[in-house]
Design a protein around this ligand. Structure first.
Ligand SMILES: Nc1ncnc2c1ncn2[C@@H]1O[C@H](COP(=O)(O)OP(=O)(O)O)[C@@H](O)[C@H]1O
Ligand code: SF4
Ligand SMILES: [Mg+2]
Length: 344
């Protein structure tokens, strides 16, 4: 699969002043990953781990502190955000925000909301062509065209979510970034929107970065998963491998917290407490130390790098065994019942 977008060393820090001293929030820290043409990558991690900042970096709404974002052999980070906003790439990378109510202009009708990016980003279109594309987007997201004259306050949550998606796909993006697109919706509406997103991807062949804190959602929709913890990617790989054979203790804990861990045979401790501070983290300490149930002494002196544990499956943990390494189990760690499917 050809890569559509590739991030290298992508980093975003925010300065915060405490008294006379400047400190740094490490929101996104040295991320390296790609999203393939037509691929859906799920990005998971708990609140505050950097998912929205990463989404905003990739869509060039904010500048990175360092690193590159290659899209079609162009490093988007070399383009100032203002210049990017007027470039062809702006249409090709679209973002759907978390809360459809907040992201829609209350003074725009549904039609105007979808027409607005078309007029701004495809200024060569005639009024008739804009109308045709708006109608097509309404049809694609299953919105009756008659709703075009309504304002956001006259629409349901599900209808507003559909407008947010219609607005993003109308300009025919190649990458759609969905930042928790269903988290503000009722459960019944969530599944309809997820189904719609699956159908749209099949129909339009877009790539997705699907951001969520909900592993079950990501499992339904993603080909590959990135797991983030305190600004770092700590595990990545094909969705089935990450779900069936999670390696990082944090991923295991996330899976254990989802509704039916026993079904997947994952035996682990539940995650206690909250993540440590993203302000000035020690570069030599694993970000999960202090919360990790299987911490070792070197976890606080060496930051674990991402290593390949299976083909295309990476994890950043000192306990992870590199792919191809000879596996030697100590007698005490052997499962009581070989082939029982229980993983430690
Ligand atoms: N403008 C900002 N100034 C300082 N810190 C920020 C700013 N924006 C976000 N952060 C911090 O960056 C981290 C990542 O935030 P965010 O990407 O919104 O998390 P998520 O979307 O995963 O919940 C958080 O610790 C957040 O407090
Ligand atoms: S490196 Fe150590 S602290 Fe970090 S996840 Fe692995 S075992 Fe836990
Ligand atoms: Mg967020």
């Amino acid at each position: 699969m050809k890569n559509l977008i590739t991030a290298r060393g992508l980093t975003k820090r925010f300065s915060v002043q405490r008294g006379l001293k400047t400190h740094w929030v490490h929101a996104v820290d040295d991320l390296n990953f790609s999203i393939g043409e037509g691929e859906c990558v799920g990005l998971v991690g708990e609140s505050g781990c950097g998912k929205t900042i990463l989404s905003r970096l990739l869509s060039r709404m904010i500048d990175p502190t360092s690193g590159s974002i290659m899209f079609d052999q162009v490093d988007l980070t070399k383009m100032p955000t203002k210049k990017f906003a007027d470039s062809l790439h702006r249409a090709q990378i679209q973002i759907v925000f978390q809360d459809p109510t907040e992201s829609l202009n209350p003074h725009f009708t549904a039609f105007q909301a979808v027409a607005d990016p078309l007029r701004r980003l495809m200024s060569n279109l005639s009024a008739a062509e804009v109308e045709e594309k708006v109608n097509q987007a309404f049809d694609d997201v299953g919105l009756p065209r008659a709703l075009g004259s309504r304002y956001p306050h006259q629409l349901s949550g599900g209808q507003k979510a559909r407008i947010g998606i219609a607005r993003a796909i109308a300009v025919e993006p190649r990458l759609l970034i969905l930042d928790e697109p269903t988290s503000a919706l009722d459960v019944s509406v969530q599944s309809t929107i997820l189904r719609l997103l699956g159908e749209l991807r099949a129909k339009r062949g877009m790539s997705y970065l699907f951001v969520t804190h909900d592993l079950e959602v990501v499992r339904i929709i993603s080909d590959r998963i990135l797991v983030m913890y305190l600004g770092k990617i700590i595990e990545s790989g094909p969705a089935n491998q990450v779900f069936e054979n999670p390696v990082h203790p944090y991923t295991k804990a996330l899976l254990a917290a989802s509704p039916d861990p026993a079904r997947r045979g994952i035996k682990t401790q539940r995650l206690e407490g909250s993540a440590s501070s993203p302000i000035d983290p020690d570069p030599n300490v694993c970000r999960f130390a202090g919360r990790c149930p299987v911490e070792m002494s070197n976890c606080r002196s060496v930051m674990p790098p991402l290593i390949e544990v299976e083909e295309g499956h990476h994890a950043a943990c000192h306990r992870a065994e590199p792919r191809g390494a000879q596996v030697t189990h100590l007698p005490s760690r052997k499962p009581a019942f070989p082939n029982s499917g229980v993983r430690q």
